[in-house]
Design a binder for this molecule. Structure first.
Ligand code: AMP
Length: 447
């Protein structure tokens, strides 16, 4: 199975126990796949996770490895079933997938004293009972058979700490929603939930709303698809001319939706502000913005009220903004992998799209990294700086680096602050973990 390395992070840097690393090595894996590199740290940090990943991406190890790590403190060599309650429940839509996942769990856990088993329909339920009665920490199951076992009192689910929904989209397609809802009532409310799906359909978003709490989104880049349908180019531009060139580009292309990427939250906020001053309706989404503000920004972008959305890589993850005609990299990302992710936002589903990167001297190394990852050189062109900005803030293109511009406008020196209206709205949010966030996520994900 071929997998691209993600910046060549070694497995050993992910904080996994030596016995887990040993099992990985025995599988012949050398570097984590992108989904593994992205997901494992979040799972270890006890975050809920919504991951868009197909079979073949290495998703099984992406959830199993950190799951094993998290359960290690509970590992016991005792023979008593009471010492081996189900602590991790992995739900899969089909017996084939359940078996496959079960085999992976077994392989990855071979050197740690955690027990696992697999239950699925279509076979005599009695054959599965002994393993359950002996006690298992990790249970892989299809939903219907799991409920049969619960009814037969072969197992309890009240100590489950981690729930994994694998191929969630298929589970819904197969009509498992009622079963899933019943299973949910049997689990502790305080738990970690990980959802893996090949697509983020409206139904999946609804499921996430019901099952997950403030999930982190991770998405594997659609490397090939994006590269085939997206016209990519590089505009070489002096650092302090970037804003002029960006404004020119936005105006001259005549497209009504442009996604602009920056490296930092500060640049994102400043850029949106400068574009607005120049008569281009823009907003920013980044990590310092409240969920409400992000929802507002995204809705405005989708409805056409704003034509430019400026985003950081983290804030753009998992956002459902498909089919964009134009993505502009105002700055190249620190991780080349993110470039592929960014340009994957355009040219989806066979539609043509364009991705333009504004590259100055300080971006040179990052451009090299991107080209190395793409295994090709991108066409370069010298940017023509034609129009003067309408606003007087011409130096705003360099807000982060330019002391001169910062001195000219106090605003640049301030950390991000929400606007009074959205700040007030944010205050209205209840703080309780499982109340409002679900609604906010749903709105954020809504098409
Ligand atoms: P999955 O997407 O979980 O079904 O995994 C697809 C295949 O990738 C399986 O055959 C795994 O054994 C293999 N695999 C998973 N992680 C890695 C890795 N880091 N390096 C190489 N192969 C892997």
């Amino acid at each position: 199975m071929e997998h691209a390395a993600t910046d060549n992070i070694p497995f050993s840097s992910l904080g996994l126990d030596l016995q887990i690393l040993r099992a990985i090595e025995e599988q012949g894996y050398t570097t984590p796949t992108p989904i593994q590199a992205q997901a494992i740290p979040h799972v270890l940090a006890n975050r809920d996770l919504m991951a868009m990943a197909q079979t073949g991406t290495g998703k099984t190890a992406a959830f199993t490895l950190p799951l094993l790590q998290r359960l290690l403190p509970h590992a016991s060599t005792s023979a008593s079933p009471a010492r081996h309650p189900v602590r991790a429940l992995i739900l899969a839509p089909t017996r084939e997938l359940a078996i496959q996942v079960g085999e992976s769990v077994e392989a990855y856990s071979r050197h740690v004293p955690l027990r696992s088993t697999v239950v699925f329909g279509g076979v005599d339920i009695k054959t599965q009972k002994p393993a359950l009665l002996k006690g298992v920490e990790i249970l892989v199951a299809t939903p219907g058979r799991l409920l049969d076992h619960v009814e037969s009192r072969n197992l309890m689910l009240n100590q489950v700490q981690i729930l994994i929904l694998d191929e969630a989209d298929r589970m819904l397609d197969m009509g498992f929603m009622p079963d899933l809802k019943r299973i949910l009532t049997l689990l502790p409310r305080q738990r970690q939930t990980l959802l893996f799906s090949a697509t983020f359909s409206d139904e999946i978003k609804k499921l996430a709303q019901d099952f997950l709490v403030q999930p982190v989104m991770v998405e594997t880049a659609r490397r090939n698809a994006a590269q085939e349908t997206v016209k990519q180019s590089v505009l070489l531009v002096e650092h302090d001319k970037k804003l002029n060139v960006l404004v020119d580009l936005i105006r001259s292309r005549g497209v009504n939706q442009v996604l602009v990427f920056t490296r930092t939250k500060l640049t994102a906020a400043q850029l949106a502000r400068m574009l607005n001053r120049d008569g281009i309706a823009a907003d920013a989404i980044h990590g310092d913005k409240s969920q409400l503000e992000r929802i507002k920004a995204l809705d405005a972008f989708k409805s056409g009220a704003t034509s430019v959305l400026v985003a950081t890589d983290v804030a753009a993850r998992g956002l459902d903004i498909d089919q964009l005609p134009l993505v502009i990299n105002y700055e190249l990302p620190p991780h080349a992998e993110d470039y592929v992710h960014r340009i994957g936002r355009t040219g989806r589903a066979g539609a043509s799209g364009e991705a333009i990167s504004l590259v100055d001297d300080s971006d040179a190394r990052r451009l090299k990294d991107v080209e190395k990852l793409l295994k090709r050189e991108l066409p370069r062109e010298q940017a023509a700086v034609s129009s003067a900005l309408r606003s007087s803030h011409r130096h705003a293109a360099t807000p982060v680096h330019s002391k001169k511009s910062a001195a000219g406008d106090d605003w640049f020196m301030k950390p991000y602050e929400p606007s009074p209206v959205s700040a007030k709205k944010a205050e209205e949010r209840p703080a309780a973990r499982d109340e409002k966030p679900k609604k906010q996520i749903a709105a954020l994900l809504r098409k």
